[in-house]
Design a protein. Structure first.
Length: 439
């Protein structure tokens, strides 16, 4: 018999179907046994009646999370028994035959049957293959998959070419101290802190490129928004008039990405009682103005002309109150705070750069880049770096490059804020942090 997916069961009333899946919950009511069975497409209630116990004798050994197959008759449920929610409520399966395909050797380390999974972050991650069986945990990764597909398609629709760039590099792209040094045969190498140089090289040849790729950061942070390996959604585009072109493109791609989630995404968001961000024009606010707003509205004084995590939260709150937007572009960061490749503003003190905040957290950085060879060399020197170390990168500009700019989005932070997750680590299957290298 051909397997039927649970989402298709309601169209089979009166017929026999063959199902395979996991038992989410087993309930015994006198002589009746009820099983909530799920597969990748949904869940349905199965009942084992006393007169079928002989052909379903295996049910005796069925526990929560046992993996089974069954043949059953699809019955319409009485209206008053129809349940709302994830269970395919309108129908019930009367099991005729039941087999155990696999069952655990041991008790489950965590109970994944309640609607809310009541475990702390470490337990959730230490028992990842089990916690991933939970409906709400699965929702995170179903949304994540939609995010990757949506971003990919949105970039293609704008004629960005997908590229993949090396993650083992001879020098640290973004400078600073947050790089992982690795042994590369008889030399030292670095894990890529971003695809920055290669995507710029891409934009200066293909005009528009994007990459979905791993990023490694040796940041010794213990925060809810940092991990040491994440997936960046990068974009880079040439022939721009200025940084506004980059922000406008990022805004368009972001909103197109969210729009692509459709009903499938809404179903996952519903598990978290969350909503998509309203597609309101994203305000652009100069960082210096934002800092004044923080002082005036929240009495927050700032040092070094920079904004911290608390300031970002306050700014998001202010922007939502004032403009009804879940996003805000903070623009024109001081040159001292940005990498050497950032295009300086006319005054030389600020840069043509931005950060994009979403519900209180920075989800993207970007800006216009320096595309003139000598200016770039000067900027590298100005940061106290040695242009000799950047020869390959400089070659991109040696023979002429169009004005260009781009962005780097943190994919997991988007999902974290979309679902209101306490930690970014919940949005990674197997997160890496200072302490965690397993599972
Ligand atoms: P930046 O370093 O700001 O910019 O990174 C871009 C975006 O990546 C995400 N991100 C992180 N996510 C999780 N854990 C981390 N440790 C982490 N660090 C960064 C954030 C951030 O906004 N080359 C530039 C981008 C550009 O200008 O195109 C860059 O990498 O969401």
């Amino acid at each position: 018999m051909q397997r039927v997916l649970i989402r298709d069961v309601p169209s089979q009333i009166g017929k026999e179907v063959f199902l395979q899946g996991w038992v989410s919950v087993r309930r015994d009511h006198g002589k009746l046994v009820f099983l909530d069975v799920r597969d990748r497409s949904g869940s349905v209630q199965v009942v084992i009646l006393p007169n079928h116990l002989e052909s379903c004798v295996a049910v005796q050994d069925v526990r929560n999370e046992t993996i089974i197959s069954l043949i059953g008759k699809v019955n319409e449920r009485p209206v008053n028994a129809k349940k709302e929610g994830e269970l395919t409520g309108g129908v019930e399966i009367e099991a005729l035959e039941l087999k155990i395909l696999a069952k655990g050797n041991e008790e489950l380390p965590i109970d994944v049957s309640p609607v809310e999974l009541d475990v702390n972050l470490d337990t959730l991650l230490n028992n990842r293959t089990v916690s991933l069986r939970h409906r709400k945990v699965q929702a995170i990764f179903k949304l994540y998959s939609l995010l990757l597909a949506g971003y990919d398609q949105a970039c293609r629709n704008e004629e960005f070419l997908e590229i993949k760039t090396p993650k083992i590099l001879s020098s640290a792209t973004e400078g600073g101290a947050n790089f992982f040094k690795i042994k590369y045969f008889d030399r030292e190498a670095y894990l890529a802190q971003s695809p920055q140089f290669y995507k710029q090289a891409g934009a200066t040849t293909f005009e528009r490129v994007f990459e979905i790729g791993s990023v490694f950061r040796a940041e010794p942070h213990f925060t809810s928004r940092h991990v040491n390996e994440y997936v960046g959604l990068d974009g880079e585009m040439a022939f721009i008039d200025g940084v506004e072109d980059v922000m406008a493109m990022l805004e368009k791609i972001l909103f197109a990405t969210f729009a692509s989630f459709g009903e499938a995404g809404q179903k996952e968001l519903d598990c978290y009682l969350e909503h998509f961000p309203p597609q309101v024009a994203i305000p652009r606010i100069r960082l210096s103005d934002a800092l004044q707003i923080l002082e005036k509205e929240y009495g927050k004084k700032v040092e070094n002309e920079d904004i911290d995590g608390e300031g970002e939260r306050m700014m998001s709150e202010y922007v939502f109150k004032t403009y009804g937007s879940d996003f805000v572009f903070l623009t024109h960061y001081p040159a001292a705070l940005r990498p050497f490749y950032s295009m300086p503003s006319a005054d030389g003190k600020y840069t043509e750069t931005f950060d994009l905040l979403f519900r209180g957290v920075e989800i993207a950085s970007g800006g216009q880049r320096i595309h003139e060879y000598q200016m770039l060399i000067d900027s590298i020197r100005h940061k106290g770096l040695d242009p000799v170390q950047f020869q390959d990168y400089l070659n991109v500009f040696r023979y002429g490059a169009p004005a260009h700019g781009g962005w780097g989005l943190g994919s997991e932070r988007i999902i974290q804020k979309l679902l209101g997750l306490g930690s970014i680590k919940e949005a990674l299957l197997y997160p890496r942090d200072v302490k965690r290298l397993t599972p």
